[in-house]
Each structure stands twice: as C-alpha cells, then as structure tokens.
Design a protein around this ligand. Structure first.
Ligand code: GLC
Length: 426
C-alpha cells in the first residue's frame, strides 16, 4: 500500500490502475487509519478536492498526466468539461462509485476521535459527504423511492458482473476501435471481454451527447439500475453521518438524513429482497423488474443493518450455497450454480477481499460470529497462500494446488483490509 502511494493519494495497483479511485481510497484510508492517521486524512481530503459543484464525487481522478497514455478510457475520452458541474481543477471521470465515505470517516473518527486534528477533519468533511448524499437523492431517485440508481456498470464497483448481461442484450452498439491497456498487464481471461467494453464506452458517448445531464440520462438511457451494493453503502453512510452529525452539531442535516434513510431502508426491503433466494437483488428501473442473477452485492445490506433478523437468517443459507458447503472460499462474486459463473473473470465469479470484509462486518453487527469468523479465516488464508492480489480463485482445491491469485498484484485495498481484519476483534 505504501509503495502505491503518490502525492496525497494512493493508486489501487501499479500498472493496471495508475490514478486515484473513489471507493478504493475509502478502503485504503481505513487501512492507513490503523498506523498513520495523517495519511488516512490526506487520502480522503484529496478525493474530496475533486468533488464537483453539485456534490457529485467522480470515480477516477486523473492526477498524473504522465500516465495518460497508459490507461483507457482516460480523461480525453470522458471530456468532463462538457458538464456544467465539472470540477475545473482536476481531470476526472463523469461516473461515480459506491458512497462509502460517510462510514469510512466515522471509522477514522472511532480510532482517532480524541485528537483535535481528527475532530477538525470530521467537521471539514461532513458537509462534503452530505453534499454527495444530497446529489444522489436529488438526481438519482426519479421516483422518489429512497433508492438511487447507477447509470453505468462502472458505478457499481462490480464492472463486468453477469447481472448486466441482460441489459447489454437489450440494445445494440457499434464496435469501438481502441487499444486495450488492461490486457497488457493482466491475462485476457481474467478481464472483461472486448465486446462488453463497446457497451461501456457507448454509454459514456451517449452521456456526452447529453452533456452529462442527469435528467436526460434518467429519461432516456438504457442502463438505469438500483444496485444493492451501492444503496447499502449509501444507507451505511447515512447512519454514520447521523451519528457524527449529532456529535458535531449538524442538526438540520441530521433531520434530512433521517428522513432519507427511513425511506431507503423500507424501500430496500420491499423492493430488493428476494424471499426465495434469501438475498437482495438488482432492480432494473428501465425494464421495471429484477435483473437475472445473484451476486455478492446481494449480501451487502448486512453491512448497513438493513435485513431483519429473519431475513438475515435466510441470508446465511444463501452464503452457504455460495460457498458450496465449504469447498469454495467465501464469498464468490457470482452465484456458482449459475451458467454465467466464470471463476477467473473479474466480477463473474472470483472472490474479492472488499466484499468479504463488508460481509464480515455486517455479520458481526448481527452477532453472527461463527459465520463472520469463517469468512475472515478464509480471507486470511487466501491472501496468505496467494499474496495481495486483486481477486482470487474460489475453488479451494484448485487454488491450493496451483496458486490462483488473479488480476493486479500488490493491490492496495487487499492490503488495507487485511490490516483492518488483523486488528479486528472476532
Ligand atoms: C475495477 C473494480 C473497481 C475498482 C477499480 C480500481 O474497476 O471493478 O471496483 O474500484 O478496479 O481498483
């Protein structure tokens, strides 16, 4: 993680991700908070320096001009200044990522809250995180349900999940001609296929035509999804902001947060919980129905305290099913019984440390320490055997025999969250 640190920010992994990523920075700051609070604060402050006028926080901040040629799509492709709200000091993308910042800041506060500089940090960042929530509730919730939508698969954090396949099949896009940079550093079979990239790029081209106007996107774009992971991070952050806001005297904000949050939690359980599967699903706002396929994002509501005890107990059976009764490392990113499961390909099957971490913390908050420990031990073992990879082979037998860590190596959030897990009483 320290090797990946640049001036004021930390890249997710050398070679493959050479800039600052939004939710990566959150996890990374949490890792730093255990041994260097200064670095934790700086990581978050740099991220919020790139916030837009309307509260939006972009998902990549292209700090380094020297890296421009090593990444695609880069700032030239996004052309963020087409938006009236863009940050003029930083080149950024025009998409966002899960809003983890509220609860990250609360965790930093829990560790360093006795220090005046941490109190100042919370006071300074609170209104910025609040502005992000305001942006989301006001612009990404056209039906005023309390559930916000993502407008692009990259906003989910789970880029090439099979859950999007159905949407890709619903419209046609041209073939783009470009040179892939990712497959120069990571094996092709571990990355999204080229044809999917055409869809990813086409959506951004559409948004450019509409000058990144959210209202037009909500009316017209073929991709509009209420994602259980994204919304769980929002709910968890609402709750953290409510607690921090009470301590620091942001009482008007606390009132608004409480109203938003009540609505979010009840809509979440009414609309996204699938009783038969025993877990939460993605809702396609354009198609007016759940998307096919179960993903590890469907367990994220545990982290935000959304399921009732009864729902949580059903989720334990789904966890058991995902881990194939112990033959797989918990928790594969996609349902291993589904035909679209691919154990090496990024978000189509491999195990990710950040998802495990969220589920562990969630289970812990419900007092489910047996399951929480089981996932924690599995996660530590995987990283011990393979190293600090980006994602991992789920099948234990295969992994042990051949050593299967996938994607980027020396990956920052894997390191950050292992630090946290090792400090975690369980
Ligand atoms: C990939 C992941 C995303 C992450 C980024 C940088 O795009 O899907 O979640 O933030 O890499 O690590």
């Amino acid at each position: 993680m320290l090797d990946n640190r640049k001036q004021g920010y930390t890249i997710p992994g050398a070679g493959i991700y050479p800039f600052q990523w939004k939710w990566d920075s959150g996890f990374i700051a949490l890792g730093y908070s255990h041994f260097d609070l200064q670095k934790a604060m700086i990581e978050m402050e740099t991220l919020f320096d790139a916030q837009w006028d309307n509260g939006f926080v972009p998902h990549i901040i292209f700090h380094s001009v020297a890296e421009r040629e090593n990444y695609f799509p880069n700032a030239d492709f996004y052309h963020s200044s087409l938006s009236a709200n863009a940050n003029l000091n930083y080149e950024t993308t025009t998409l966002t990522q899960p809003p983890v910042e509220g609860w990250i800041i609360e965790r930093i506060y829990r560790i360093g809250g006795h220090l005046p500089e941490i109190q100042e940090f919370v006071k300074k960042l609170f209104p910025k995180v609040m502005a992000q929530h305001e942006y989301l509730y006001e612009n990404r919730d056209p039906l005023h349900e309390g559930l916000v939508y993502i407008q692009h698969n990259w906003e989910s954090g789970t880029d090439n999940s099979p859950v999007w396949d159905e949407i890709w099949r619903s419209f046609k896009v041209p073939e783009y001609n470009f040179s892939r940079k990712d497959t120069q550093v990571v094996k092709e079979e571990q990355r999204p296929v080229k044809r999917e990239y055409d869809y990813y790029l086409y959506l951004i081209d559409l948004f450019k035509k509409w000058r990144y106007n959210d209202a037009l996107i909500a009316e017209t774009s073929p991709f509009l999804v209420q994602d259980p992971l994204f919304n769980s991070m929002l709910v968890a952050s609402n709750k953290s902001l409510i607690r921090l806001g009470k301590k620091f005297g942001f009482s008007q904000d606390v009132e608004r947060l409480e109203i938003w949050n009540r609505k979010s939690v009840s809509a979440f359980n009414e609309k996204l919980f699938d009783k038969d599967a025993g877990m939460y699903r993605h809702f396609d706002l354009r198609g007016g129905k759940w998307l096919d396929g179960l993903t590890s994002s469907g367990f994220a509501p545990l982290f935000a305290g959304i399921p009732s005890r009864q729902q949580m107990e059903k989720m334990l059976s789904a966890l058991e099913r995902f881990s194939k009764d112990g033959r797989y490392y918990p928790i594969p990113s996609f349902d291993p019984e589904d035909n679209s499961f691919e154990p090496q390909r990024y978000w189509r099957g491999p195990v990710w440390v950040n998802m495990n971490w969220l589920i562990i913390e969630g289970l812990k908050s419900y007092g489910e320490s047996i399951w929480a420990r089981r996932i924690k031990e599995g996660t530590l073992q995987m990283v011990r055997e393979q190293g600090f990879f980006e994602y991992f082979e789920p099948e234990k037998k295969k992994s042990r025999k051949q050593g299967f860590g996938y994607g980027g190596q020396q990956f920052s959030w894997t390191a950050a969250l292992i630090i946290d897990l090792l400090n975690n009483r369980l």
